[in-house]
Design a protein around this ligand. Structure first.
Ligand SMILES: *[C@@H]1O[C@H](CO)[C@@H](O)[C@H](O)[C@H]1NC(C)=O
Ligand SMILES: *[C@@H]1O[C@H](CO)[C@@H](O)[C@H](O)[C@H]1NC(C)=O
Ligand SMILES: *[C@@H]1O[C@H](CO)[C@@H](O)[C@H](O)[C@H]1NC(C)=O
Ligand SMILES: *[C@@H]1O[C@H](CO)[C@@H](O)[C@H](O)[C@H]1NC(C)=O
Ligand SMILES: *[C@@H]1O[C@H](CO)[C@@H](O)[C@H](O)[C@H]1NC(C)=O
Ligand SMILES: *[C@@H]1O[C@H](CO)[C@@H](O)[C@H](O)[C@H]1NC(C)=O
Ligand SMILES: *[C@@H]1O[C@H](CO)[C@@H](O)[C@H](O)[C@H]1NC(C)=O
Ligand SMILES: *[C@@H]1O[C@H](CO)[C@@H](O)[C@H](O)[C@H]1NC(C)=O
Length: 911
């Protein structure tokens, strides 16, 4: 039972991350379709393109050798923004977009530095989201800091494509090794260097001193830095210091440093990066190419983003008359045209049943009234069957009618009906180069609908009756150009069931990063409610201030003039009807000014399809610019076709499903299946009472910033110190206050749930504990970790089994043989709680330098046992009476003794 469940977990994590649809393909050893996109705010610069090309060229050869002649880059698209001038060599993009690119080039937010990194928050072996290079990184000479850019690209590519992690650790730069030496966290240990404190620098020279040991941990003090020697012979590893000429390999089973406290060991169970890479999908059917010569250099296509072209393709078949579908579709489509779509876009509209009709050729959304031409044509009546292909074909015609290219255009396809012939136009869709976003309405929508979005890289949504699902779907379909200050942001979206003659009151905070173009929209099902809205200064808006179109679609809206006041807005709705009815409240806004980056939220499941009982992971990301926003309450609402809802609080605690603490990615396992079919995901992110903070220091999965090099005896060439961020946190937008975002995370499809089982939630073992920490407190050892649950990260485990050994390998290789720690006094807390446990290792003699390794398993009520935790280490350190001796920091390099004292450091000046 236990092992089969572990296998299910294992398989689930082999699959790729959902939603983000990279177009990279590996064919005959070559990667095709890599997209590198430049943000619209980056000024035009030919040199940027030149340097990107050089980087990829260099990377291709390096990658080829690093993977033992297995893979290289064959063709790469560089997507320049619309803000750059047109040129004859620029082609029209197909599905390539900034938002879906593999690599983005954009300035950092709040100037925190130029370290390249990969946004990667999945489990070991899962693909990342994108690689981020700053223009400054690509344009300036930073060879001594990161090494050649092509090598940096390969380091990041390994994060992105194969889900491996860094082998250094900024938070844990040193550890005490098996042989009781202090070692820099690295892979492999063949990389040599000195551990010193770089003291104050004056003019061009600095002074170093040896590192002192911290009297509590026995490790080096915080300021201690590992300075690698300039000349290295080690071949590994690219995930540590790719900058060295000699480094041409990943750490392998042979060379891997299993002891180092880095993310690679934590996330991948102490396995080497090469092991993980060889296990990836890419390497399953790839054999090394014959001959040592690298294949042809990559070819580049230059693309330029175009004006946004969107065609609505809306179902008006007979079944749309049911459950107010037609009305709800019109409410959502109107909201899309007025509030969501960016000004300057071209919009067309098609309706279809058995046959399709072009209602509007492309119209440019210029001012506040342009949308009316389109909304006036929204379908009035539902009748007929469903031919999705006819709808799509008419959509293509509407787009090409005005000499627009279907390539790179978007179609929003909404349908509630079945259609057995949908696959007949798959080929035509593929050829069109258009992006198709699908919205399935109700439980009968064609099963193959998502194939269209899957094929074209579009979003996929599912909306049920009695919710604001349709509005949420349309609200999410903003431009993918990377121009965040123009994008609409959904603040609130609520469906309220309100009894006759009753009030419902609520609040919506408007924070300091948004406020332009703010709309309040209320919809109803029976009778228009009475509306009161009050801004934070007390200004009141009443029912007559809200405008209604002549469309008679039970929807009314207020646009706040100018910029909406920051603070809490209060609304009150009175149901004038004697019967209860469903009301919805939607609030959208945009960035406060073109220079303020708004706080945004985004959400998705780990996969688009799930097979019972494999768990999925819900991910939500809250960010401003590229910085993580912490201190947010993030709740996921997952709903199946019957309207059954599961609510999950998501955590950014580095435990359970969450990879890294405080990275602004909030995660949680989802196992609570209720039936097969489509499920929808919606996320509310909310911060009350000034709790939101921007994490300024964060960045995992980046290329290491080399502080300097130890050259000859007594000389250290230091790089300019890394720009230090003074505070580690700040308030988003400088202001603080309450924040709210509500966002749709699209839909996923579930299969394999047994039909006869009414409560089929499967039981899993408690999640693996990944954050066990140990330290000595006098002659006691204190442990801390985050409690797992009864089943993964839910509920409460029944008990813990803790084992201790002086030998790391004993615990790693056979947990069950190591000495048991008496944990009878320890009752597991609720999942997500912090556990603290202290004990005295009775049967061991403890003296200066004694080292213990400890690991823990959790067992649940069904006697299912978690995997073994990470292995924590505690070393007894008794500081000597004398000041610390110089040779403490010299165990790595013989000549460092000579360096100790007053080494003169020449500052390497960048040109
Ligand atoms: C990429 O390269 C392959 C092989 O050279 C070629 O068949 C394919 O058309 C290329 N794709 C692009 C987008 O250039
Ligand atoms: C999406 O496409 C990929 C391959 O392109 C395929 O493996 C996967 O099954 C598809 N998923 C769905 C839901 O169609
Ligand atoms: C809701 O607001 C209305 C109007 O301000 C007020 O009359 C009513 O008492 C409030 N109801 C509740 C439950 O607070
Ligand atoms: C608000 O948005 C409009 C476009 O919707 C734009 O023209 C205007 O400049 C924006 N105002 C501010 C202060 O950013
Ligand atoms: C977050 O949610 C928890 C429980 O759901 C609640 O106790 C807490 O006050 C909330 N915090 C904020 C900042 O909203
Ligand atoms: C910021 O620094 C303080 C004090 O050094 C620390 O307690 C806190 O955890 C840090 N916060 C983050 C998000 O790193
Ligand atoms: C729990 O499982 C272990 C083996 O994993 C077994 O030795 C033990 O007897 C089981 N306990 C109960 C109460 O079933
Ligand atoms: C304990 O050992 C460390 C070296 O491992 C040494 O620096 C320290 O002086 C020793 N403490 C005593 C009291 O001897």
């Amino acid at each position: 039972m236990v092992s089969s469940l572990n296998i299910i977990l294992g398989i689930a994590f082999q699959l790729l991350l959902g939603v983000k649809s990279s177009m990279v393909n590996l064919n005959n050893n070559g990667y095709d379709g890599v997209v590198i996109a430049i943000n619209p705010s980056v000024p035009e610069d030919e040199k940027l393109i030149q340097n990107i090309k050089e980087m990829v060229l260099e990377a291709s050869t390096y990658l080829f050798h690093a993977t033992k002649q297995r893979v290289y880059f064959r063709n790469v698209s560089i997507l320049v923004p619309m803000t750059w001038k047109t040129k004859p060599e620029y082609l029209i993009p197909k599905q390539e977009s900034y938002d879906q690119a593999d690599v983005i080039v954009a300035d950092p937010y709040l100037k925190y530095g130029d370290d390249p990194y990969t946004l990667q928050y999945g489990q070991c072996g899962q693909k990342g989201q994108y690689i981020h290079f700053t223009p400054n990184f690509l344009l300036t000479d930073n060879l001594p800091i990161y090494g050649p850019r092509g090598r940096v690209f390969v380091h990041e590519w390994a994060h992105l494509r194969w889900g491996v992690f860094d082998e250094y650790n900024v938070d844990r730069p040193f550890y005490i090794s098996r042989r009781n030496t202090i070692e820099a966290t690295r892979c492999s240990t063949h990389i040599t260097g000195l551990n010193v404190v770089l003291k104050e620098c004056k003019g061009g020279s600095c002074i170093t001193r040896p590192c002192r040991r911290d009297s509590l941990t026995g490790l080096y003090e915080a300021k201690c830095t590992f300075i690698p020697e300039k000349s290295q012979t080690a071949k590994e590893s690219i995930m540590f210091m790719q900058n060295f000429n000699s480094v041409v390999e990943f750490c392998t089973r042979k060379t891997h440093n299993t002891e180092a406290p880095n993310l690679q060991n934590k996330m991948c169970n102490h396995r080497s990066t090469w092991d993980i890479i060889m296990g990836s999908d890419d390497f399953q059917n790839v054999s090394p190419m014959k001959g040592m010569d690298p294949p042809a250099p990559p070819t580049f296509s230059l693309l330029r983003s175009k004006q946004r072209v969107v065609c609505l393709v809306l179902d008006k078949s007979g079944s749309m008359a049911a459950e107010d579908r037609l009305i709800r579709m019109k409410q959502a489509a109107e909201l899309y045209l007025i509030q969501i779509i960016e000004k300057g876009s071209l919009v067309g509209m098609v309706t279809f049943e058995n046959v399709a009709q072009i209602k509007n050729y492309l119209t440019e959304i210029t001012d506040d009234n342009a949308y009316q031409k389109i909304t006036a044509n929204l379908p009035q009546e539902a009748s007929g069957g469903t031919s999705i292909c006819n709808g799509l074909k008419a959509g293509f015609q509407a787009i090409t009618h005005d000499n627009q290219n279907t390539s790179g255009s978007e179609i929003i396809l909404l349908t509630d009906g079945e259609d057995s012939e949908i696959s007949l136009c798959f080929e035509e869709v593929k050829q069109s180069g258009a992006i198709i976003h699908t919205i399935a309405l109700g439980p009968s929508a064609a099963r193959e609908l998502e194939t269209l979005s899957n094929m074209t890289g579009g979003y996929r949504f599912y909306a049920n009756k009695g919710t604001s699902g349709l509005i949420d779907a349309f609200s999410r379909i903003s431009s993918r150009s990377g121009n965040i200050s123009q994008q609409a942001i959904q603040l609130e979206s609520k469906a309220l069931n309100i009894s006759g003659r009753k009030w419902i009151n609520g609040t919506v905070p408007v924070d300091s990063t948004i406020g332009n173009d703010t709309f309040f929209v209320v919809t109803w099902t029976m009778q228009k409610p009475e509306i009161l809205l009050q801004d934070p200064k007390g200004k009141k808006y009443k029912t007559p201030d809200f405008k209604e179109d002549k469309l008679n679609i039970r929807s009314t809206r207020l646009q706040i003039p100018g910029i909406a006041e920051t603070g809490t807005w209060t609304y009150s709705l009175l149901n004038n009807d004697i019967n209860s009815q469903m009301l919805t409240v939607t609030v959208t806004s945009r960035a406060r000014s073109p220079t303020t980056l708004p706080v945004i939220a985004d959400a998705h499941m780990s996969q688009n399809t799930a097979h019972f009982p494999s768990p999925l992971i819900v991910y939500a990301r809250v960010s401003q610019g590229f910085l993580p926003v912490l201190g947010i309450n993030v709740t996921a609402i997952i709903e199946n076709e019957d309207g059954h809802q599961v609510t999950l609080e998501l955590w950014d605690n580095g435990a359970g499903a969450d990879t890294v603490k405080n990275d602004g990615i909030y995660s949680r396992y989802f196992t609570d299946y209720h039936g097969n079919g489509r499920y929808s995901l919606k996320v509310r992110a909310q911060a009350r009472k000034n709790t939101a903070r921007l994490n300024l220091r964060h960045h995992q999965n980046k290329a290491i910033y080399i502080p300097g090099y130890a050259e000859n005896v007594g000389t250290i060439i230091a790089n300019p110190p890394k720009p230090e961020v003074k505070d580690n946190v700040t308030k988003p937008g400088g202001g603080g206050g309450d924040i709210i975002r509500v966002v749709s995370g699209g839909t996923f499809t579930v299969s394999g749930v047994p039909a006869d089982n009414h409560n089929p939630t499967p039981m899993f073992p408690p999640g693996k504990i990944k954050d066990l920490e140990a330290k000595f407190k006098g002659d006691h050892i204190q442990l801390s970790w985050t409690a797992p649950g009864n089943s993964l990260d839910k509920g409460k485990a029944s008990c813990y089994v803790m084992r201790i050994s002086k030998c790391f390998l004993d615990l790693q290789e056979d947990f069950d043989k190591a000495a048991l720690v008496n944990t009878s006094s320890l009752t597991p807390k609720k999942a997500g709680s912090v556990e603290i446990f202290e004990f005295k290792p009775e049967s061991f003699k403890i003296e200066n330098g004694t080292k213990f390794h400890i690991a823990i398993k959790a067992i649940n009520e069904a006697n299912l046992t978690s995997e073994v935790s990470n292995i924590a280490q505690a070393t007894k350190f008794i500081p000597s009476q004398k000041p610390s001796a110089p040779n403490l920091c010299t165990n790595i390099s013989a000549f460092s003794l000579a360096v100790w004292g007053l080494a003169v450091i020449a500052i390497y000046i960048l040109n």
